[in-house]
Design a protein around this ligand. Structure first.
Ligand code: CTP
Length: 236
């Protein structure tokens, strides 16, 4: 049995892709399978946490002991995560949230005649959930705020870009994987990640099953939670 190192902790994990509708039969999405997020939710629950899994559309089974909330679009995911985040000890954002959505969503299926030969899609930005949580934390330092763990899917790891993302999202850990490799990342059962802390220090892990990657990430979370507790002054 896993050590109960997260007993009494509340952890929210987001997982899977989002779907951004164009019309009732078409949507924009991405290749996320949700496997990494589901592995994290399962592992956090096995370590004693109360886990809420906010999941985009996936083909996966809800892990034992995990409460799952299904969402479809980036807007639905943002609403669920931002509402639940203040009650959590940690928020782990493995979801591959769409960065853009179509400005117009047709209520009827768009036909070829209507669209013409070279139709143009106009997109607009979605809310960056992780960055919003990071920014909110900066604004309300006296409130208890969850620790934030981000995931970044990169095609080739460019350290300067990763450090920029870490700063932009203001998260405590950023777990980076190179999705251009075929043995790890999207839909694979294994993953090879580098964990960056808020100061930019890196810990490279070998190729491991996603459940073991989850365990290693959660070990870092347990350390951060313990450090935060010991940093709170005795009078509150
Ligand atoms: N993320 C989020 N909300 C978004 C987009 C991303 O919360 N609208 C979170 C993801 O869940 C992930 C982290 O931000 O934890 C990094 O996502 P990634 O797609 O790698 O980074 P982006 O910020 O989208 O940057 P870019 O597309 O420029 O690589």
């Amino acid at each position: 049995m896993a050590p109960q190192s997260l007993a009494g902790r509340r952890v929210l994990v987001s997982a899977g892709p989002t779907r951004e509708a164009l019309d009732p039969v078409r949507y924009l999405t991405n290749r996320s399978s949700g496997k990494m997020g589901y592995a994290l939710a399962a592992e956090a629950a096995a370590r004693g946490a109360t886990v809420t899994l906010v999941s985009g559309p996936t083909a996966l089974t809800t892990p034992l002991g995990v409460q799952r909330l299904d969402v479809t679009s980036a807007a639905e995911l943002a609403q669920a995560v931002l509402e639940l985040a203040p009650q959590q000890d940690a928020v782990v954002m493995t979801a591959a949230v769409a960065d853009f959505r179509p400005v117009n969503v047709a209520t009827h299926k768009l036909g070829k005649e209507q669209l013409g030969e070279q139709p143009t899609l106009t997109l607009t930005r979605t809310v960056d959930v992780l960055a919003a949580l990071g920014a909110a934390r900066g604004a309300g330092r006296s409130l208890p705020q969850p620790l934030l763990i981000g995931f970044a899917a990169e095609t080739g790891i460019d350290e300067a870009r990763v450090l920029g993302k870490l700063a932009a999202k203001q998260c405590d850990l950023l777990v980076v994987n190179d999705v251009s490799r075929t043995d790890a990342g999207f839909d694979a059962d294994d993953n090879r990640v580098v964990i960056y802390d808020a100061a930019g220090a890196r810990q490279a892990l070998p190729l491991l099953p996603k459940r073991e990657v989850a365990g290693r990430v959660l070990e870092r979370l347990v350390e951060l939670l313990a450090a935060r507790c010991s940093a709170v002054p005795a009078d509150g």
